[in-house]
Design a protein around this ligand. Structure first.
Ligand code: SF4
Length: 362
């Protein structure tokens, strides 16, 4: 039976029955299976995760995992990261192979290599620039960073990684999220004048030679299509309606949103912030909808609003539904590798170097 036919059958199966089937098959696969679930996953899938967390926590867990088969309920770059960090005897599966990340797609091989070449026309890039990539990037970009003395970061450890990177070389080229790079540097007290934005659609990223020579931080012009939907006006309206509210924002949000927030942090940090707050505290949160809804359910005694009046949901994370999860578990049981993610060996070596540089900083 083809995957499409199987999925069609599963969509016709009542959800309660399907959830039972997943639980039974998961039990049957026992300790040979590990399911990792990112915070942005829908609840029906998230509830099957053996370990949940953000990219940093899940990548560290993947590195230590013993299970033969790891199912990553997340997006493509996360499964790639798990494949890079696990042993050759382990296999990593992504329930829906079309679950990508628009931000990761904003820095492709050709653009990245052209940028490095153009920078090398102005300065000795290998001697002066540490390339840093947010973990939300392709294995190819992680490999590029590893090969050029660079490193990976997540939203939890970006400050630590920037500090390390400036200790290596005088400039940083930060991929692919402009906002995470900018918000992190501003929080560290880096002056705005030390930063430039590199637009890959323009020659020299749209910068003059002088600007490149002067810059300490070169920010790739990429963004998260979910977090860019939060606006400073949403925060202003929220404060007008609820003067005692605290606004929590993810650093993938634009600078104006982060500047108006009471707290800026990774998903893990936002969860921790809400957890430790006193009863009755009110929050408006600027990050992915599934996470905010889960916090609302977990802490009914702390009223929580979603910062935007629009639905800001990661549509690619949402592709992983119980039907795809079940189809993946069946494939694993039957030795079918159609859901497996395999990073080419040529990329794995250097990508692992850049990831391990980050994990060693923790
Ligand atoms: S929330 Fe944004 S950065 Fe995260 S996976 Fe979705 S598109 Fe990519």
């Amino acid at each position: 039976m083809t995957t499409q036919t199987l999925l069609q059958q599963l969509y016709d199966t009542p959800e309660s029955q399907l959830l039972k089937k997943i639980a039974t098959l998961k039990h049957e696969l026992g300790s040979s299976l590990l399911i990792l679930g990112h915070h942005y996953q829908r609840e029906e899938v998230f509830s099957f995760a053996d370990i949940s967390g953000d990219s940093l926590k899940l990548s560290a867990q993947a590195a230590q995992a013993q299970a033969q088969s790891i199912v990553f309920c997340g997006v493509h770059f996360m499964a790639e990261t798990a494949d890079i960090l696990t042993s050759d005897a382990q296999r990593v599966f992504l329930p829906d192979l079309a679950a990508g990340c628009s931000m990761a797609d904003m820095a492709d091989d050709v653009q990245v290599n052209r940028c490095w070449q153009e920078l090398s026309e102005v300065l000795d890039a290998d001697a002066c620039v540490t390339p840093v990539t947010y973990i939300n990037s392709t294995a190819a970009l992680k490999s590029f960073c590893g090969e050029h003395g660079g490193i990976v970061c997540t939203s939890s450890n970006a400050q630590k990684v920037l500090t390390w990177s400036w200790q290596q070389r005088e400039k940083i080229l930060f991929f692919p999220d402009q906002h995470l790079g900018e918000n992190t540097a501003l929080a560290m007290g880096v002056p705005e004048d030390d930063m430039i934005v590199w637009n890959p659609a323009l020659p020299m990223g749209g910068n003059s030679t002088e600007a490149i020579e002067r810059a300490r931080l070169i920010l790739w012009k990429g963004f998260c299509s979910v977090h860019q939907l939060f606006k400073a006006e949403h925060a202003a309206t929220m404060r007008q309606n609820h003067p005692d509210i605290e606004i929590l924002a993810h650093p993938e949000c634009a600078r104006e949103v982060c500047e108006t927030a009471d707290f800026v942090g990774s998903t893990e940090a936002i969860i921790h912030y809400v957890q430790q707050a006193e009863e009755g505290k009110k929050f408006a949160i600027a990050t992915e909808l599934n996470l905010v809804n889960r916090l609302r359910m977990q802490y009914p005694e702390k009223p929580i609003w979603f910062l935007s009046p629009m639905v800001c949901m990661c549509s690619t994370m949402f592709r992983t539904d119980p039907q795809h999860l079940y189809a993946t578990l069946l494939a694993i049981r039957d030795g079918d590798t159609s859901h497996q993610i395999i990073v080419p060996d040529a990329q794995k070596v250097w990508a692992k170097v850049s990831l391990e540089r980050m994990l060693n900083l923790a």
